[in-house]
Design a protein around this ligand. Structure first.
Ligand code: ZN
Length: 342
């Protein structure tokens, strides 16, 4: 059972000025990702995001510069898809508009603008406010598959607010479809194959069962979605992992399954807001055809730039590709469960 949760417990020793220069031991863990085998480090440090993050200034500054997604600019300033892919040029669903991404992230790359609202606070990202943009993303993927059946890999992604890497405050998703998976997507697929070869059955149901049995990181199930804190967090503060246990492709999903996901996502974001986290990255990974894979999403909190101007990513993640987190994911589980059960 616990083969999923492999970890090495270690410690570092120092003479600590914060403890009157006495000998001190600081414990930490090196954990192995249950699916990919990649390592990450888990610390338990007294870190808390600052109470009064200065996001008002960022929002104000963003209103003073040109925003291509605001209603007066969108039609005039954003590109259209070629007619053979999207005859109407842009996909409109309710409040949302999906346009081509000028950044060529993949063979088919779209940007799904949530609505006319330039800024939506993290706590206000309700399923209703996000639903149209996700519906437009699903419609785009379906249109791409109809046009080009060779496409195999899809992802729906989100950089929310500039500390996450977004160049714009105006909320928007990025939808990528192509023939070659990204590194993380590929090692997930390889992990699924390896697990099947070694165990004779699929990773996902066994993993979900193990997380539910262990009760340390399991948050909830909503409709067709399973929610857990990642055993090996990918960000400075722990991230949340969502799995669709019964689906491998976003083209299999209807609005009902996406609504279950958005109900969970909005709860995670409410939790982030309560903890003074006002930026995040999110990716939903999906294949077109591979019954051994499962759609899954990671939602990573990102810290606002601190007074000195540093970001929350440094050499360890950039060059060693080794994530670390300053709080054990298990320490957040109860709070998230409360928000999910409300
Ligand atoms: Zn705007």
């Amino acid at each position: 059972m616990n083969t999923f949760f492999k970890r090495i417990q270690s410690k570092t020793r120092l003479i600590n000025p914060l403890k009157a220069f006495s000998l001190d031991e600081i414990p930490f863990e090196i954990r192995f990702d249950p699916l990919t085998g990649e390592t990450g480090r888990v610390f338990d440090l007294p870190f808390k995001p600052p109470d009064m993050p200065d996001i008002e200034e960022t929002i104000q500054r963003s209103r003073e510069v040109f925003c291509p997604f605001c209603p007066e600019a969108l039609e005039k300033s954003t590109p259209l898809f070629p007619k053979e892919i999207i005859p109407e040029g842009r996909i409109k669903v309710g409040q949302a508009t999906l346009i081509p991404n000028l950044l060529p992230l993949d063979a088919y790359a779209g940007v799904s603008v949530l609505s006319e609202e330039h800024y939506i606070s993290i706590e206000d990202l309700t399923p209703e406010k996000m639903g149209d943009a996700f519906s437009a993303a699903l419609l785009f993927i379906q249109r791409v598959v109809d046009f080009d059946p060779q496409v195999q890999f899809f992802s729906i992604n989100w950089n929310y607010m500039p500390p996450s890497g977004s160049s714009l405050v105006h909320p928007h998703l990025q939808v990528n479809c192509g023939y070659v998976p990204t590194n993380h997507h590929r090692i997930q697929i390889e992990g699924c194959k390896r697990y099947l070869k070694e165990n004779g059955n699929s990773f996902w149901h066994n993993f979900i069962h193990a997380e539910k049995e262990c009760k340390e990181r399991y948050i909830a199930e909503i409709g067709s979605t399973f929610w857990v804190l990642s055993f090996v967090p990918q960000s400075f503060l722990p991230d949340v992992w969502c799995i669709f246990p019964d689906y491998y492709s976003l083209i299999q999903l209807s609005i009902a399954e996406i609504t279950s996901f958005l109900q969970g996502l909005s709860r995670v974001l409410r939790y982030f807001g309560q903890e003074n986290i006002h930026a995040f990255n999110m990716s939903i990974f999906s294949v077109k055809e591979d019954d051994n894979f499962r759609i899954n999403a990671r939602i990573c909190p990102r810290l606002l730039i601190r007074a000195i101007g540093n970001s929350d990513r440094a050499y360890l993640y950039t060059l060693h590709k080794e994530p670390y987190t300053v709080k054990p994911p298990e320490s957040l589980c109860l709070k998230l469960k409360e928000i999910f059960n409300k």
